[in-house]
Design a protein. Structure first.
Length: 282
């Protein structure tokens, strides 16, 4: 009895990580851990392409290239189980030779929970928790990208800034819970009346911003006016009628983040000063 060989086989089979051996894309061995992970009982006619998602196949090619040079590689990619469940795995691969063939052995660690947590944390960092739209931090990043795109490619875009008229009075009279309901409903109304290509964010408090890829300020003003009317026509709980004031401006050559925000803020200020519940373009 070969104790060393038997011990090695037991270690491989009972290892807490998935172990896979492949030659020319055909899987010739998986341990019990990986079988359980994939939901399979045998590996007859099982190929790497059967478990690797199309979006991860480029990473697979990179693994092959890496191990042909340095004989080992480590990266993260997506695989799928028999039931179609998607898993993120960390894959550590080394080149081996079997019967004169260049093959590889990989250790697979399920990091799906870690990836889901990372995605949730990224979402929390960019999404306003109350309204579910982008927060100020994320919106500024989008605006910087849009300015860079306009500088580079000569694209046009408009910026709308609006806030809720007399919002402090609403909070003082009806309470912050009612104010929160209004903020959420207005966010929903706006999302229903802009395109997927438009970027909508909460600037802070009762202030909101929208980036609109449009050709001219008239198009942007029409969008702002449509939103203003939709909000004015909606019957809110307790308060019934709520209005907004909006400022609109277009990107101009040489604009930086501060200059375009200052200009749209001025337009909003003019709308407030001239009676509220209106749109002013500058």
């Amino acid at each position: 009895m070969n104790i060393e060989k038997d011990l090695f086989q037991q270690l491989i089979e009972k290892a807490p990580i998935g172990i896979l051996v492949q030659c020319d894309g055909r899987i010739i061995f998986v341990n019990k851990t990986l079988k359980k992970m994939l939901g399979i009982t045998d590996i007859q006619d099982l190929w790497l392409k059967d478990i690797i998602l199309p979006e991860s196949r480029r990473a697979l090619l990179q693994i092959y290239r890496a191990i042909s040079k340095s004989h080992k590689d480590k990266r993260e990619l997506k695989i799928k189980t028999v039931s179609g469940k998607i898993l993120w795995v960390e894959v550590i691969t080394e080149e081996i030779k079997l019967d004169g063939k260049r093959c590889s052995i990989s250790g697979l660690i399920d990091i799906t929970d870690k990836k889901n947590l990372e995605r949730q944390l990224r979402k929390l960092a960019t999404i306003d928790r109350l309204t579910g739209i982008y927060n100020r931090y994320a919106f500024e990043k989008f605006l910087e990208e849009e300015i860079s795109r306009a500088e580079r490619y000569g694209t046009n875009f408009a910026l709308i800034m609006f806030d809720i008229d007399n919002f402090k009075k609403i909070n003082d009279t009806y309470g912050h819970q009612t104010g929160d309901i209004i903020l959420k409903k207005i966010s929903q109304i706006v999302k229903e009346n802009i395109r997927k290509s438009d970027i909508f964010g909460r600037w802070g408090g009762e202030e909101f911003m929208i980036i609109l890829p449009v050709k001219n300020i008239n198009e942007a003003s029409k969008v702002a006016e449509k939103i203003r009317k939709k909000i004015e026509e909606y019957k809110f709980p307790k308060v019934n009628r709520v209005t907004i004031s909006a400022g609109v401006t277009m990107y101009k050559n040489g604009d930086i983040l501060k200059s375009i925000i200052r200009r749209v803020d001025t337009a909003l200020y003019m709308a407030k000063k001239s009676g509220k519940n209106k749109v002013v373009a500058v």
